[in-house]
Design a binder for this molecule. Structure first.
Ligand code: SAH
Length: 221
């Protein structure tokens, strides 16, 4: 665990501990993942007017019509990534406010994160640097094509719903690695999909129905 900061406010730590208990009650079992969510200060990723809701297990708006993911979904996706044996590098598509990025940053050697909306990319980078993360690389770009220079990645996580599995991302996934993404079907339903790359083959599994903002192409200045 890359410890970033210990919480000095006992009320916030209590709220976070309650959230962790609810994640355990919902079936999250990976101790390292639970510990990462226990240390990341989610209230710092949310605008002041909504901070009192930071430790509810809920999705909240972050501006630009985007959202911060629900803690249970962040925990579930992270746990799915870490089912592989040795995970040191992760590519995240959809930095948003940077909350999922922070959880990953607490767990691995290096996180590479891409966001297509410039204002979100810049504020997430400033926030994560302020909190103390030094093992994250940021990029304003279209994550649909990945980040080839830094590939291969032990894990890839997409935090916006794709209508097809991005081929270039699969190519950038290391053998033995896992990719986790919300995948939207033709009828509009979305499922969390886990893809394991075992050499030439892919082993795929749907975890549960979800609701994410769409994965869009191109960048927004
Ligand atoms: N990871 C965030 C959730 C972000 S919401 C969390 O921890 O709460 C999804 C984000 O994906 C949005 O910020 C959206 O702008 C971004 N996004 C959508 N399509 C993208 C693309 N092609 N490349 C990079 N980012 C994208």
């Amino acid at each position: 665990m890359n410890t970033v900061a210990t919480e000095s406010n006992p009320n916030l730590q209590r709220a976070r501990n309650r959230l962790i208990q609810s994640l355990i009650d919902q079936g999250i079992t990976n101790e390292r993942v639970l510990e990462a969510l226990r240390v990341v200060p989610r209230h710092l990723f949310i605008e002041p007017a909504l901070q009192y809701r930071a430790y509810e297990d809920a999705t909240l708006p972050i501006g630009q019509s985007q959202t911060i993911s629900q803690p249970y979904i962040v925990a579930l996706m992270t746990q799915a990534l870490f089912a592989s044996s040795r995970v040191q590098t992760i590519l995240e598509v959809g930095t948003g406010c940077g909350y999922q990025t922070a959880v990953l940053g607490a767990l691995v050697k290096r996180v590479y994160t891409v966001e297509r909306i410039r204002s979100l990319q810049e504020s997430a980078e400033a926030r994560l640097r302020d909190i103390g993360y030094r093992n994250i690389e940021y990029r304003h770009g279209d994550g649909f094509v990945g980040w080839k220079d830094r590939a291969p990645y032990d894990g890839i996580i997409i935090t916006a719903a794709a209508t097809e599995i991005p081929k270039m991302l699969l190519e950038q996934l290391a053998i033995g690695g896992r990719m986790v993404l919300p995948l939207e079907e033709k009828n509009g339903d979305q499922y969390l999909r886990v893809i394991r790359k075992t050499g030439k083959d892919l082993v795929e599994e749907n975890l549960l129905p979800v609701r994410f903002v769409p994965l869009l192409r191109g960048v927004q200045a």
